[in-house]
Design a protein around this ligand. Sequence first.
Ligand code: CA
Length: 653
Amino acid sequence: MNGRMILAAVAVLSLLLACCGAGGAENSDSLYVKKVENLPEDFIFGMDISSVLAEEKSGVKYYDFDGKEEDLFRILADNGINTIRVRIWNDPFDSEGHGFGGGNCDIRTAAEIGRRAAECGMKLLADFHYSDFWADPGKQMAPRAWEGMEIKEKKQAAYEYTLDCMKQLKEAGADVAMVQLGNETNGKLCGEKTWMNIARIMDAGARAVREVYPDALIALHFANPEKPESYRTYAEKMDYYEKNGLIGYDVFATSYYPYWHGTLDNLASILTEISEKYGKKVMVMETSYAYTAEDSDYSPNTIGEGGGIVKDYPFTPQGQANSIRNITDTVVNRTPAGIGVCYWEGAWITVGGNSREENQAKWEKFGSGWASSFAAEYDPADAGKYYGGSAVDNQAFFDPEGKPLESLKVFRLMRTGNEVTPVPDALEEPSVICDLNLPLELPETVNAVLTDESRQAVPVRWNLTEEQDRKMHTGGPAQYVITGEAGGMEAKCYVSMIEYNYMKDYSFEDGGEAWKFTDLKKADELYVEDKKTDSLTGSKHLHFWSAAKNSVEFTAEQTLRDLPEGKYRFSLSVMGGDCGATEIYAYVKINGEEAARSEQIPITGYNDWHAGVIPEFTCRTGEEVTVGIYVKCEGEGNGAWGKIDDALLNSVR
Ligand code: CA
């Protein structure tokens, strides 16, 4: 047996151990989950899988944790999901019967989903958009069949439609626990734009729901909790109509996507306020988090690499799980009547083709993309233009092959906790801003994010050659990504090479507070002026004017301490007129002593800017550097006037 064979034997042995472990030991889950205290038995763990039928028709398969192909509903039920959410569109088909996509979710689709959910012991949360396709804060178009209706007529149509839908759900055997009237109705619904009419549509829906499912909770659903002022308005409006006999509701529900929707502190505070003030139950109706930045279906995702989003957790299954765990904890323990958290489209994965064209064919045929080209008939400006696949395949609980991610276990494990030994899960990605003329200093350590969200500094080795370093310093202002290795993981550092200006308020846009003006002859006017046409850049500049002869003499300067040791260039620009004989120059003082002076800066007329330049001076550590301009004008005609702007203090090689 040679060394290599021994290694192979050990590998087989540990594989066997792992298998035995999975079968025998109770705690084989590697996902770290901090227990959510006080979690009620009947807390709603919802999952929106409105796309599931279209996905299945497209050939998508799902697997359980044993690697066995399984019904998605069964997999979800086995992993702690107790409620399935489904969107309902009135008529998501064109005049020839082609589906608009997004699962082609009409009531027949919803009823089938409700039936299958019930079969697996799960309840249904019905999400009426009262539209023929996507409704969200951006658009709330009325269904085509209701277009042009007066509110009275539309209200009746909404009632009859909802009643018919609820009957179909009942007939299918769906266990409807909650119905939301409208989707993300931030001031619009079904083509209506007044709260009065919105409340009327909601009320019509609510009456129909109660006739068929008297015990179902009535929910209203809003988006953008990061604007608490808006939420106060929504709750107040609804309260007003409720007191006047319209739209009694049970649940004030919100979307909460961590990238855009503010902090958990804010979420807790606004939901608490509304719950206490109006006696409503509250819940997170939609949330999701990316487990990877990669797209897998050739259709761009709402969240991916870059994009300037807030990223509270790494894009890993553990990060995804931690996000859900913390949202759940917030709803359970930091709001007085939090009843649930519903994840949005956790199984909308790629339809599996190897090209955009291959996938596109399925999206068009089965409606498994977010929109098909046929949606142009209803929504030409958006869906009709940008139709495509899943925009959230990287936020699912299944990989592109349909295998479940560890994160799917979070719903079950939140009840008991699974506080296994924390291990590094990802690396933070630091950003560095570097002056083109100063050495690039990359961090010596980066923080590893552990599975329990703690941080641990790890030494990092960056892949930066001298050649690359030189190119970055000579390539002008630009962005770079430097990769490296830390703790066995790939590290990334985002570097911005910039030409840094060490002046504060260099263009007077902040009002000149950082500057010191010494008006030696008491000019008639010497101040920062807000006038774009007279500024070199921005809208402000330093302005002077004085009528009397020899009444202009002043300095404008800034003193900088803690400048990095090195060589610098200083310049600023001037224009003006009627100045007569002048003495105008830029200067540098080191520790109060003049060290350099520019050539005379001429004054030659309106918008004819001239720069005073000190091409190079040296600053040593600890020295105090003062840079500024001296202006003296004899004046002629209407009195000396001028404008000063754009002081630049850059380091030079
Ligand atoms: Ca995609």
